[in-house]
Ligand binder design. Structure first.
Ligand code: AMP
Ligand code: GLY
Length: 420
């Protein structure tokens, strides 16, 4: 098969790496890709949020299957455009992608399906929002309704912070994403991510993970897109997974189908678990980044069969082959991230690393310049390893990190501390 993956981060490098191991994959193209992906697959320049352009490219290149990595093309309706052109595609429709692109939509689905989540209010103007937080008290969580690249959530410890967040959102700092605001009860507990495939009817769990969102060791400092992750998440016991499926995921999928907008793709449920009871924090309609990197490391080439079964509505006959292993990824980021950072610093030592089914450096923000790999983003490398235990996976991952020569970068040394 000819396969096209949309995206250019560590998530897409990991997807490409796993998909390419499957003998069904003949030709692999990633748009736009990055320097790491270019070493293993074809990269193509393409506006991946333009469904028409993606469909034309797919037809010109005899692409049999398109895998959509990030949320922006999904929210822009690229999956719908490909479906209309008769091109097989992994990723939900624009209507189903509202589970990520609108927090108010997700809350309404939770209300309709009875899925446990934080109590909330939904506001279209600041005064009513301020009155609500004053009535509820702090801590409280203020969220821009729309997509805000992971920056639209403020966990406010005080009323003053909550009111400042409301003013900022309605003041336009998040653009259209902040025109509506959801304000939520602060939930306590341990967070974990649960990944399932859904073909509109059948739900198939494909793994759990935990990430580290804060930039600093000990989970301190500002939020980032994620500084590292590991899989499985110990808090996601079989009992918690079963409750999450029965109480949250399946009712959501049933409600989406009932509304005539069945969900097809990977659903990433962000959960808060307290006393063995999971509650929904948020949905994402794509793989997490960097959570995907640890999932791909554990699943390997079977991923292509699973994504195909999902896209073709055959999940009822699909099986996941688990090995009892663990994976960890350590994110190396450019100094200054998540604030301002420099681009263009040279990364050395990558060629000397031996990569295999248990050791991979996925590239997140790199380019090739004059024969060297240079950093082009905030999160730049995802150093990923697998082992029989989480401790072994960690040892292998940091063993690789230590051999990478990148003075312009930094990383956390304590990924996995909670689980270890
Ligand atoms: P989200 O983008 O909705 O996942 O929010 C980003 C992060 O904010 C989550 O991963 C949580 O750590 C935190 N968060 C969001 N909503 C809540 C909530 N209701 N209670 C506690 N923490 C939350
Ligand atoms: N790592 C969090 C996310 O992908 O949204």
């Amino acid at each position: 098969m000819n396969i096209l993956i949309l995206g250019g981060g560590g998530r897409e490098h990991a997807l490409a790496w796993a998909i390419q191991q499957n003998p069904k994959c003949d030709r692999l193209i990633v748009a736009p890709g990055n320097a790491g992906i270019a070493a293993m697959a074809e990269c193509a320049a393409l506006n991946i949020e333009d469904g028409g352009a993606v469909a034309v490219f797919a037809e010109e290149n005899a692409v049999d299957f398109v895998v959509i990595g990030p949320e922006a093309p999904l929210a822009a309706g690229v999956a719908d455009r490909l479906a209309a052109a008769g091109i097989l595609c992994f990723g939900p429709s624009q209507a189903a992608a509202a589970l990520e692109s609108s927090k108010a939509f997700t809350k309404a689905i939770c209300d309709a399906s009875g899925a446990p989540t934080a109590a909330y209010g939904h506001f279209t103007e600041a005064e009513a929002a301020r009155a609500y937080v004053r009535a509820q008290g702090a801590p409280i969580v203020v969220k821009a309704d729309g997509l805000a690249a992971g920056k639209g959530v403020i966990v406010a410890g005080t009323l003053a912070e909550a009111e400042a967040a409301i003013d900022e959102m309605f003041g336009g700092s998040f653009g259209g994403a902040g025109a509506e605001v959801v304000i939520e009860e602060f939930m306590e507990g341990e967070e974990a991510s649960f990944f399932v495939l859904c073909d509109g009817e059948t739900v198939l769990p494909i793994g759990t993970a935990q990430d580290h969102k804060r930039v600093g060791e000990g989970d301190t400092g500002p939020n980032t897109g994620g500084m590292g992750a590991y899989s499985p998440a110990p808090v996601m016991t079989d009992a918690v997974c079963a409750r999450a499926l029965d109480e949250i995921v399946r009712p959501t999928m049933a409600e989406m189908a009932r509304r005539g907008t069945p969900y097809r793709g990977v659903l990433y449920a962000g959960l808060m678990i307290a006393d063995g009871r999971p509650r929904l924090v948020e949905y994402n309609v794509r793989f997490g980044d960097p959570e995907c990197q640890v999932l791909m490391m554990r699943l390997g080439g079977q991923v292509l069969d699973l994504l195909l079964a999902c896209a073709e509505g055959r999940l009822a006959e699909a099986r996941v082959n688990w090995s009892d292993d663990h994976a960890m990824t350590v994110v190396m980021a450019a100094r200054g991230y998540p604030g301002a950072y420099e681009k263009g610093s040279v990364i050395g030592g990558l060629d000397a690393l031996s990569e295999d089914s248990a050791h991979m450096v996925f590239h997140a923000g790199t380019a090739e310049a004059g024969g060297q790999v240079v950093a082009t983003g905030g999160r730049v490398l995802n150093v990923t390893a697998r082992g029989a235990s989480l401790a072994e996976a960690r040892e292998r991952a940091y063993g690789m990190v230590d051999r990478i020569d990148w003075p312009g970068g930094f990383y956390r040394r304590d990924i996995g501390w909670r689980a270890l």
